[in-house]
Design a protein around this ligand. Structure first.
Ligand code: HEC
Length: 147
């Protein structure tokens, strides 16, 4: 090998090492990014499995999701959000409450927003998502002594 060829070969090795180095950094950061996304997702799945919303709006106390804004705009002008968050019902149950409010409490026509609003209510405030301790059952009450 001539000196010139030798020095070219050396440069080639250096360039290859550099490429490898940056490639490994790129791959590593891509992997850790994926891991992070995966664990966020797992957390969310766990949270929804045990019936707690991952995020709560601090002002209203209502669960945050893509339909939250609709519910906020339509549902808390007449009464507090508490009336919603303390209630639990199926989708049909919620539909019944909206019908009742429309018929007796002047609730406006929700139009095409009714579907997404019912989705939101049934998702976050269904009977399975317990907001508070369930009623006590099978209690043996005793009479208070009277004087
Ligand atoms: C036009 C005013 C108005 C709007 C808008 C309104 N409500 Fe009501 N809502 C009422 C009134 C009045 C009551 C009865 C309040 C009371 O009993 O103190 C009520 C009661 C409720 C109750 C309690 C029902 C029960 O059986 O105890 C829930 C839950 C509720 N509203 C949810 C909603 C939701 C969800 C929306 C949005 C779609 C909404 N409200 C929009 C007026 C309204």
């Amino acid at each position: 090998m001539t000196d010139q060829m030798q020095s070219f070969a050396n440069k080639l090795v250096v360039v290859q090492l550099l490429v490898l180095f940056f490639l490994s950094i790129a791959i590593h950061s891509a992997c850790t990014d994926d891991n992070k996304r995966e664990s966020d997702k797992q957390l969310e799945d766990k949270a929804s499995a045990i019936g707690i919303a991952t995020e709560i709006d601090t002002l209203t106390g209502m669960a945050l999701d893509e339909n939250f804004e609709l519910v906020r705009a339509n549902c808390i002008t007449c009464h507090s959000a508490k009336l919603i968050t303390q209630n639990r019902a199926t989708r049909e149950g919620w539909k019944g409450m909206l019908d009742w409010m429309r018929e007796t409490q002047n609730l406006h026509d929700l139009g095409e927003n009714e579907g997404p609003i019912l989705d939101y209510l049934a998702k976050h405030y269904s009977p399975e998502n317990k907001g508070r301790r369930a009623n006590l059952e099978d209690i043996e009450w005793y009479e208070l002594e009277s004087e």
